[in-house]
Ligand binder design. Structure first.
Ligand code: HEC
Length: 229
């Protein structure tokens, strides 16, 4: 009797703690995402859709087996600005399904398998808070003759690869966080085949394709001897 009373009390306490924690996540604005490096030639305060939001959604939501054009889980495809914008109330992240669903209970939460990390959640929050525009920073340009790791490659890797290839247990045991990491990956000869989606390679980034311009920049960087700066 006594035991079950305390057990019930414990359960109630747990529910209160868990639900308070849950609410706190949503009502408080998260800190802004880490600013891009000095090589990023556009505003360091703006969360650009094409540079920051689309990579997070394509690799997290529009991947194969989920919300890509082939699978259409729940009838939804999230591979374009128009489709993503339907889940957004501009300037109001807390009223936007695209943001609130990241915090839903376990059966509802998206993405279901690997939840977004704090930086990815705050990218979505601040993009919506800034009006959810279809904006893009084209800082490096495609035909730059002077392709370096810091100027061109690192920004692409940050947007498109680090959500999976960083931290203490990166996917495939492959970290791409530092200059040395990316050089090692290029030296292993697995890099170009995977971003070109060639047969015999795992297509990267998972769930998306880099623009022809970004792929060309990788190739130029390798041809130039992989300069750092
Ligand atoms: C959504 C998660 C995710 C993203 C984003 C991602 N990867 Fe991967 N990557 C993986 C997984 C998972 C594997 C292992 C795939 C396998 O075994 O088929 C992998 C494997 C690789 C491999 C080895 C492929 C091979 O065939 O040997 C390379 C190289 C690679 N990734 C590079 C990249 C690069 C470069 C980017 C960014 C342009 C990137 N990845 C983005 C998840 C990801």
């Amino acid at each position: 009797m006594k035991f079950s009373f305390f057990a019930a009390l414990l359960v109630i306490l747990l529910i209160v703690v868990v639900s308070c924690h849950h609410k706190a996540d949503l009502s408080i604005a998260p800190p802004k995402p880490a600013p891009p490096g000095p090589e990023f030639k556009c505003s360091h305060d703006t969360i650009y859709f094409q540079n920051f939001v689309l990579p997070v959604i394509l690799t997290g939501c529009a991947k194969s087996g989920c919300h890509d054009a082939a699978t259409r889980k729940g009838g939804r495809v999230f591979d374009s600005y128009e489709a993503i914008y339907k889940m957004v109330v501009p300037f109001d992240p807390q009223a936007s399904k695209l943001y609130t669903i990241l915090f839903s209970g376990s059966s509802q939460r998206m993405p279901p398998d690997t939840p977004f990390n704090a930086d990815q959640k705050s990218i979505i929050y601040w993009w919506i808070a800034q009006g959810a525009y279809n904006n893009k920073c084209d800082s490096a340009g495609c035909d730059s003759t002077n392709v370096t790791y810091t100027g061109s490659i690192s920004p692409i890797v940050q947007s498109w690869c680090l959500s999976c290839h960083s931290g203490s247990s990166p996917q495939h045991g492959l970290s791409l966080e530092t200059y040395a990491d990316v050089v090692a990956c290029a030296n292993s000869n697995r890099l170009m085949g995977s971003i070109r989606h060639e047969s015999g390679y795992s297509a990267m980034p998972q769930g998306a394709t880099l623009s022809p311009c970004d792929i060309a920049l990788f190739q130029k960087w390798i041809n130039l001897g992989k300069p750092q700066k």
